[in-house]
Design a binder for this molecule. Structure first.
Ligand code: DDH
Length: 286
């Protein structure tokens, strides 16, 4: 048990659990980044519902959304950290874990501020279907991300997270990694997207994705239909080109937009303290 508020101690313990020789590519990092993103990415600016507050993925309504398949691994990795620092909320822990994982995988430092609540406010619960579907195209991507309040540049920057991790047939139905070093944050995803020829492939389960055989890695790399929509869409494409050639610019823009993502729906006073809805009726504490 650490002193309440000792986030540096929590950060150290998250960093220490990333190395997982038996799991995927040997790191819990990518799935922790995805947990942070899916916890926040349900936000709807129009109704001010969804977002990381409440850590709703602990419950079936959100945790059982097929879009969140596999994220139980991320939550299980973090349980020892939660037990040791029981004062931290799940909502803070999940977002902080994503930020620590990005940094530890050689990515940028993303600003993170505490204060999220685990109080589940019934009036803020997101319906299923708020997270993106990789089988679709540019219109769908805009529909999903404009709803959260992001613009085209921010959408492309955020998508650069696909430098990390992989698709699992038993989770999303898609299969494979986007880059051949999926535990190191970089702009390779954008470079490969532009420089390789991507061929459509129908997997045995009927799912369609795009593949390229990478000779250096002796491995087949993949792109989702939504990934390649960033290249074919005339407004997304200039950002893909910029991030492919300017890694520093990508890192800076990614850090800014990921920080914005994990603040969606979090209200703060002039001192940065969170104004929580714990005092409202109609919700429950865990
Ligand atoms: Fe993603 N993502 N993502 N993604 N994502 C998957 C994996 C990972 C889409 C679909 C998928 C973002 C945007 C989109 C990460 C981070 C981010 C998988 C594979 C699918 C499918 C899941 C599995 O089978 O395990 C789609 C569609 C979009 C979209 O924008 C249209 C964003 C914005 C982020 C972010 O972090 C900011 C990460 C990391 C992974 C790797 C997870 C793992 O377990 O490895």
């Amino acid at each position: 048990m650490s002193k309440p508020g000792d986030y540096a101690a929590v950060r150290r313990d998250i960093a220490a659990l990333l190395h997982q020789p038996e799991y995927d590519d040997g790191s819990a990092g990518p799935v922790l980044v995805r947990l942070a993103w899916h916890s926040a990415g349900t936000y709807d600016a129009g109704t001010d519902t969804g977002g990381s507050n409440g850590a709703g993925m602990r419950y079936e309504a959100e945790g059982g959304d097929p879009a969140n398949a596999g994220l139980q691994h991320a939550r299980v990795f973090l349980e020892p950290v939660k037990s040791k620092h029981s004062w931290i909320t799940y909502a803070d822990l999940w977002t902080l874990a994503g930020v620590v994982a990005i940094k530890e995988m050689s990515g940028p430092e993303v600003q993170w501020r505490p204060g999220r609540t685990d109080f589940v406010d019934d009036s803020k619960l997101p319906p299923r279907g708020r997270l993106p579907d990789g089988a679709q195209g540019a219109d769908h991507i805009r529909h999903i991300f404009y709803r959260m309040g992001f613009n085209d540049q921010e959408i492309v920057a955020l998508s650069g997270a696909h430098n990390l991790g992989r698709c699992h047939s038993d989770r999303s139905g898609f299969h494979g990694a986007w880059v051949n070093n999926p535990t190191r944050f970089s702009n390779t995803y954008f470079r490969l997207m532009l420089s390789r020829t991507w061929k459509e492939k129908k997997l045995e389960n009927g799912v369609r994705q795009f593949v390229h055989y990478d000779e250096d890695a002796d491995e087949e790399l993949m792109m989702l239909p939504t990934d390649l929509a960033l290249v074919s869409d005339p407004s997304f494409r200039p950002w893909v080109e910029l991030y492919a050639k300017d890694k520093d610019r990508f890192f800076a823009d990614f850090a800014a937009v990921f920080a914005k993502l994990i603040e969606l729906g979090i209200k703060r006073d002039a001192n940065g303290r969170v104004i929580n809805s714990d005092n409202l009726k109609g919700g429950y504490h865990s």
